[in-house]
Design a protein around this ligand. Sequence first.
Ligand SMILES: Cc1cc2nc3c(=O)[nH]c(=O)nc-3n(C[C@H](O)[C@H](O)[C@H](O)COP(=O)(O)OP(=O)(O)OC[C@H]3O[C@@H](n4cnc5c(N)ncnc54)[C@H](O)[C@@H]3O)c2cc1C
Length: 164
Amino acid sequence: MKLPNYIDLAIIGAGVQALTLTTHLLQKSAKHYHKFLVFAPSQTWMNQWQQQFAAQQIPYLRSPAVHHRDPNPHQLRTFAEHRHSELFPPYDRPGTKLFNDFCDEVIRRWKLADKVYPAKVIQILPIKRASRSRFQLEAESDAAVALYGCDCPVCINALRRLQS
Ligand SMILES: Cc1cc2nc3c(=O)[nH]c(=O)nc-3n(C[C@H](O)[C@H](O)[C@H](O)COP(=O)(O)OP(=O)(O)OC[C@H]3O[C@@H](n4cnc5c(N)ncnc54)[C@H](O)[C@@H]3O)c2cc1C
């Protein structure tokens, strides 16, 4: 994906909060689709959530079926129409696999897979302009290139050691 020079809305992190924000944004107006980009080192949605649920072997969510990433609160129950055994009492708490499949479906339906740019943001700097306030994002790889002329894993690790 080619990074544009300007973007109206930069969302840092591709976790559950960002996914919820983007679906609500698009529900308000499809025009927002070309106005935002999401930044996450993994370039995938829900990476941290999935890793942590897998690491802890969590079988089902603690939140009820109406709490999820789609603006329609009934959407998860509709998705689980033929998977009732994966809704756990009380309040139909979704199983981890069901929930992850549902999130994949949300990402597909809202065409969000290509909206994640692979970058870890390390700085947000205000740019003062007479007409309009803007911010500049600095990605970890940009900082490594500026310092070492390269953003290979060795240079990224050297930068991280320097920063810590
Ligand atoms: C054991 C456990 C069980 C839970 N059960 C539930 C549950 O049943 N239901 C529920 O709703 N919640 C549950 N939660 C809470 C839920 O995991 C968190 O509330 C949720 O993950 C927070 O979402 P988030 O998008 O803010 O963060 P995350 O899901 O952590 O996502 C943040 C993302 O941002 C990226 N990121 C971070 N810094 C940067 C940066 N500088 N630049 C670019 N990208 C960056 C990360 O790589 C990550 O992908 C549970 C939590 C735990 C620990």
